[in-house]
Design a protein. Structure first.
Length: 265
């Protein structure tokens, strides 16, 4: 079992830098991370000006988790993307203009102004609209993976969720069913050290990747601030899924640099 000290020091095992990335790929990874950072900073300013209704959540400092993982996913796969993983939408082809329009509730947004600012997805691009509460999207991804298997399709589903999600029943239901059915699904645990305002040592006593072993499939701990490591871990998990070997849990260890949601002042 991982100790609190080990968690604070960093991942116990980290995927190596990928040999499957070209210099151009590495430039693209950096570009997408910078684009995600710039978009969220702009959206944060708009929120503070009262131009973004509701709440606003950002992935400041966590860009590598979504960008690195989504970069390893193919066009035929499906992504269940959460509120701190904007980079995955960008990689799949959602334009910055549509994203900002979505945040401001305009008709040029992804849901044409008919939904809240973080609940969006373009199914034509393989992005499934976000569902609250967390981690409901684990069940959605597992269901899609079940459909892929039943239809004999070489596709996989991937979803992201936070460390607080591991304390809910949905997490265990999805993990168990995916393991029993050997489904082509990738679970990315975005461990940013806090569930809302609750730190890790008050959430669980067992490291989440050990929970994967408890359900009978691999779990790997990755430096969530290393886009290449995230890419390689996801690439390997996808190959395993398509080979019929079932799910993988990737624990991306990172840090939430801002609060749970944006403040207006």
């Amino acid at each position: 079992m991982a100790t609190k000290t080990a968690r604070a020091e960093g991942p116990e095992e980290t995927a190596a830098a990928s040999e499957h990335l070209s210099p151009g790929d590495r430039v693209a990874l950096l570009r997408y991370m910078l684009l995600m950072r710039g978009l969220e900073e702009r959206a944060m300013n708009l929120y503070r000006q009262g131009k973004v209704p509701g709440s606003f959540y950002d992935g400041y400092g966590q860009e590598a988790v979504s960008v690195g993982a989504a970069f390893a996913i193919s066009a035929e796969d499906r992504l269940c993307i959460l509120h701190r993983d904007l980079g995955a939408h960008l990689i799949k082809g959602v334009s910055p203009t549509r994203i900002l329009s979505q945040y401001m509730g305009r008709r040029d947004g992804i849901t044409n102004g008919r939904d809240g600012n973080v609940h969006f997805g373009d199914h034509k691009l393989g992005c499934v609209g976000m569902v609250s509460m967390l981690p409901d999207m684990m069940l959605v991804a597992t269901g899609m993976a079940m459909a892929f298997k039943m239809r004999g399709e070489r596709r996989c589903a991937i979803t992201w969720f936070g460390d607080g999600s591991t304390s809910r029943g949905d997490f265990h239901e999805a993990m168990n069913w995916a393991a029993v059915q050997q489904l082509p699904v990738i679970f990315v645990l975005e461990n940013n050290q806090y569930a809302y305002s609750t730190p890790l040592d008050q959430q669980f006593a067992v490291d989440p990747i050990e929970r994967a072993a408890g359900y009978g499939f691999p779990g790997v701990k990755v430096d969530g601030n290393d886009a290449e490591a995230m890419f390689e871990a996801t690439r390997q998990a996808r190959e395993r899924a398509l080979a019929g070997d079932g799910p993988t849990l990737i624990e991306a260890v990172t840090m939430r640099m801002h609060g749970h949601a944006a403040m207006t002042t």
